[in-house]
Design a protein around this ligand. Structure first.
Ligand SMILES: O=C(O)CCC(=O)C(=O)O
Ligand SMILES: [Fe+2]
Length: 460
């Protein structure tokens, strides 16, 4: 009998030496399927990565191909601000730095090229305020046309004056001081402002002389330039802030060419962006008869965080208790040469004799000769000054106290002047939003030149 074939020992974990592989066929199947699975996963992974990369590439490529893509054409802040966008609350980028003309020193003369074929000379009159004069800024014809246009439009009384029968009415009604006060407190702020006070004077005189006014003074903290109430009772014209007539002339598209030319020249003179000049108040034309005057004043008030500017008020979207015109620059044109008096006085220019208590300096009927600086009205001459200082960062800063000025009494003849005020909000964001809003409106209203200030100017 054959011996039975030798049998492999039964696989036994215990009996296998360490490191010995598992029997043949079973080992082969496991490693192959494992390899296949791994390879499938690997390929799927690679394909995913490739697809992802292709997606990223093509999607960014499409963005790049847009004409306004930043990668193709980097847009400046200025372009961004000009492109039509709905007004947003996010702070707008600062892209305008207002140029300010340097005065160098009093008497310094700079040559200007404002109109083709003519050179103007600009002389520094004072550094505080920064004040210049430019003889012959307007031609004789331009002066004549502006005066004629103003006459055609009609001039109105610059300050309310006592009307016929007003005194009798006041007597008949025999109002109490409080009633008079409340009647005259036009904006109902519990105070009487300067323009309200001068109306008060007439009615008070007609009822219970200065008693009424004293009550008003005690009940409120309004500013009175002449504190002597007895003289208020006895004086006439001198008590009016101003004694003149005025009108406004629109200077936008469609206006008389002379008015548009003046606006262009003012833009060149001040070197400000034309948009700022375009959006400013229209030209104000003023006529003083013999005996007319304008007591010393500021064309624009001081600026506090809660102060609103008249021109940006509508865009500011907030109601504020104080409002002023925010007239950054005044350009004053003399439209005729005055026979006697009528100088423009700058009582405290360059601070040579400034005494804060000397309130009489405000009185241009009596004390013009005490002013530090007086400019003689000569046909065609322009003077211009900054009513606000710079904030040191290229924008409008605080009010310049030295910009106090007034029109001396006209002793002979008449006096014609025109004012071009350039309105800028010291709050940059408000000015920028206002410009944004106006450019949207002008787009909507198609090519109409918006001079939004034309019916919202206020008397100061
Ligand atoms: O008449 C003048 O000389 C000055 C006028 C003026 O200050 C004004 O109109 O605001
Ligand atoms: Fe003024």
């Amino acid at each position: 009998m054959d011996d039975p074939p030798p049998r492999h020992p039964a696989p036994s974990r215990l009996g296998r030496p360490p490191g010995e592989r598992l029997p043949g066929p079973k080992t082969n199947v496991c490693s192959r399927s494992y390899f296949v699975v791994v390879m499938v996963f690997f390929h799927v992974y690679i394909i995913n990565v490739i697809v992802l990369l292709l997606y990223v590439h093509y999607s960014s490529g499409q963005e790049d191909s847009r004409p306004d893509s930043p990668r193709h054409a980097p847009t400046s802040d200025k372009q961004n601000a000009q492109s039509p966008r709905p007004p947003s609350k996010a702070p707008l980028p600062r892209h305008i730095f207002l140029p300010r003309i340097e005065g160098i020193r009093v008497g310094h003369v700079q040559k200007l090229s404002l109109v083709p074929g003519k050179v103007h000379e600009m002389r520094t009159l004072s550094l505080k305020p920064l004040l210049f004069e430019i003889p012959g800024f307007l031609s004789e014809d331009e002066c004549r046309i502006v005066m004629q246009l103003a006459q055609l439009k009609g001039l109105m009384e610059s300050q309310l004056m006592v009307q016929d029968g007003q005194e009798e009415l006041a007597k008949e009604l025999s109002l109490s001081p409080e009633e008079i006060f409340n009647l005259l407190d036009i904006n109902q702020d519990g105070q009487l402002q300067l323009h309200e006070v001068y109306v008060t004077v007439w009615i008070v005189n007609a009822t219970s002389p200065t008693e009424c006014l004293r009550t008003a003074l005690i009940n409120s903290s309004f500013l009175l330039p002449f504190s002597d109430t007895d003289s208020l009772a006895s004086e006439g014209w001198s008590q009016l802030v101003r004694n003149s007539r005025h009108t406004w002339l629109y200077q936008g598209k469609g206006a008389h060419q002379v008015l548009q030319d003046i606006k262009t020249r003012v833009t060149r003179l001040t070197r400000l962006p034309s948009k700022l000049v375009d959006l400013s108040e229209p030209l104000q034309v003023v006529r003083y008869e013999q005996g007319g005057h304008y007591h010393a004043h500021h064309d624009s008030g001081p600026f506090y965080p809660e102060t609103a500017c008249t021109h940006t008020r509508l865009a500011a979207n907030a109601s504020t208790p104080f409002e002023t015109s925010c007239r950054y620059i005044t350009v004053l044109f003399y439209l005729n040469s005055v026979d006697g008096g009528g100088e423009t006085a700058f009582p405290v220019a360059d601070n040579r004799t400034f005494d804060e208590n000397d309130v009489d300096l405000m009185d241009t009927r009596r004390n013009c000769d005490k002013s530090n600086l007086r400019v003689k009205p000569t046909k065609g001459k322009a003077v211009f000054w900054y009513n606000y200082l710079s904030d040191g960062k290229g924008w409008v800063g605080e009010q310049d106290e030295y910009a106090l000025h007034g029109g001396c009494v006209v002793t002979h003849g008449t006096k014609w002047v025109a004012n071009k005020w350039i309105n800028i909000d010291p709050d940059y964001q408000r000015q920028a939003r206002f410009e944004q809003l106006v450019s949207h409106q002008s787009e909507d209203e198609d090519d109409e030149d918006l001079t939004v200030n034309s019916d919202i100017h206020q008397e100061l």
